[in-house]
Design a protein around this ligand. Structure first.
Ligand code: CP
Ligand code: NVA
Length: 306
C-alpha cells in the first residue's frame, strides 16, 4: 500500500506546495461544497482543548462530503496506557487520515510512523503548522502576497505558533522579527533552520518598540501555552508590561500595519481589548481562513487537486 505524506511541520510542504495549497484554498473559499472527501473517515484525536481547530476541521470535512470522528484522548484507551504506536496501527485499519493535537510532538511522530495513512499536526508543543498556513494565506489575501512582507512577533518566541511562523515565513520568503524577553527567545536550532531556508529571514531582539517600527504585521499569542499552566505567574512577570500589544505599541508601528493573533486571546495580558477589536485587527478573518486552508491541506495530502 502507498505510504502517504504527513503534515507534522510547516516545512513538510515545499514553497511550491504551499503556493498550490493556497491556490486550491482560493477555489474552495469561492465554492465551499463538493464531494472530494466522499467516503473518507477522518479521526480528530485531541489531547488538549480546542475551539477553532476542532470545529474548522469538522465543518471542512463535512463540506467536502467526508465523515469526521472526534475522539477526546482522555476517553480513549490512551488514557489507560495503550501505546501511541498500537493506537496508530489500529486506527490505520479503520480510517483514511488522523488529525491529532498532542502534548508531546514526539507522540505525533510515533503516531505517523505507526500509520500508512496521513497524520496532520493539529498543534503540538513544538509546532502549529495548520495555523500558520492559514495565517500566511490571510496575509497573502490582505497584502497581495507574502514574499518580503515584514512580520513581527511579540511575546513567547519559543512557543509552537512562533516556531511555525518563523519556519513558514522563511519558506514563503517573508521576513520575521521576534521580540521576546530573555529566556523566551526562539530556539537557536529553529533560527538556524530558518536561515537555511532563506538567508536574513529572521531577526531576534528584546525591544518590542524597535521590532514593530517597520512591521506590516504584528502578531502575538498567549504568554502561557497549554501544558505550561504551572509557569503562569513567572511568565506574567517576565512578559508584562513590556510585551503587551496595546494602543501605545501600535502607535510605534506604521499606520497601515495589521494585528494578528491565533486565538484564544487573554484580554489584558498579551493584547488589550482595544487592539483586539480595533481597526488594525484581522483576527477573525484569520480564524475563518483556518476552515478554507485546512480543506486544501487535506486534499493535498490525499493527492487531490482542485
Ligand atoms: N488557534 C487555535 O488553534 O485555536 P483552538 O485552540 O481553539 O483550536
Ligand atoms: N501557543 C498556544 C496556541 C493555542 C492555539 C498554545 O499552545 O496553547
Amino acid at each position: 500500500m502507498e505510504i502517504m505524506a504527513d503534515y507534522l511541520s510547516v516545512t513538510d510542504f515545499s514553497n511550491e506546495e504551499m503556493e498550490e495549497v493556497w491556490a486550491m484554498t482560493d477555489r474552495l473559499k469561492a465554492n465551499p461544497l463538493n464531494n472530494m472527501l466522499n467516503g473518507k473517515n477522518i479521526i480528530l484525536l485531541f489531547e488538549k482543548p480546542s475551539t477553532r481547530t476542532r470545529v474548522s476541521f469538522e465543518v471542512g470535512i463535512n463540506q467536502l462530503g467526508g465523515n469526521p470522528i472526534y475522539i477526546d484522548a482522555s476517553s480513549s484507551q490512551l488514557s489507560r496506557g495503550e501505546s501511541v504506536e498500537d493506537t496508530g496501527h489500529t486506527l490505520d485499519r479503520y480510517v483514511d487520515m488522523v488529525i491529532a493535537r498532542v502534548y508531546k510532538h514526539e507522540d505525533l511522530v510515533k503516531l505517523a510512523l505507526s500509520m500508512e495513512k496521513p497524520v496532520i499536526n493539529a498543534l503540538s508543543d513544538i509546532e502549529h503548522p495548520c495555523q500558520i498556513m492559514a495565517d500566511l494565506y490571510t496575509i497573502r489575501e490582505k497584502l497581495g502576497g507574502v514574499r518580503n512582507k515584514k512580520i513581527t512577533f511579540i511575546g513567547d518566541g519559543s512557543n509552537n505558533v512562533c516556531t511555525s511562523l518563523i519556519l513558514g515565513s522563511a519558506l514563503a520568503g517573508a521576513r520575521v522579527k521576534v521580540a521576546s524577553p530573555q529566556g523566551y527567545e526562539p530556539k537557536k536550532s529553529i533560527v538556524g533552520m530558518a536561515q537555511e531556508l532563506s538567508a536574513n529571514s529572521i531577526e531576534i531582539m528584546e525591544d518590542p518598540v524597535k521590532a514593530v517600527s517597520d512591521a506590516d504585521i504584528i502578531y502575538t499569542d498567549v504568554f502561557t501555552s497549554m501544558g505550561q499552566e504551572n509557569e503562569k505567574q513567572q511568565r506574567l512577570k517576565a512578559f508584562l508590561p513590556k510585551y503587551q500589544v496595546n494602543e501605545q505599541l501600535m502607535e510605534s508601528a506604521p499606520d497601515g500595519s495589521l494585528f494578528m493573533h491565533c486565538l484564544p486571546a487573554h484580554h489584558g495580558e498579551e493584547v488589550t481589548r482595544e487592539v483586539l477589536y480595533g481597526r488594525h485587527s484581522i483576527v477573525f478573518d484569520q480564524a475563518e481562513n483556518r476552515l478554507h486552508v485546512q480543506k486544501a491541506i487535506m486534499l493535498k495530502l490525499f493527492n487531490r487537486s482542485i
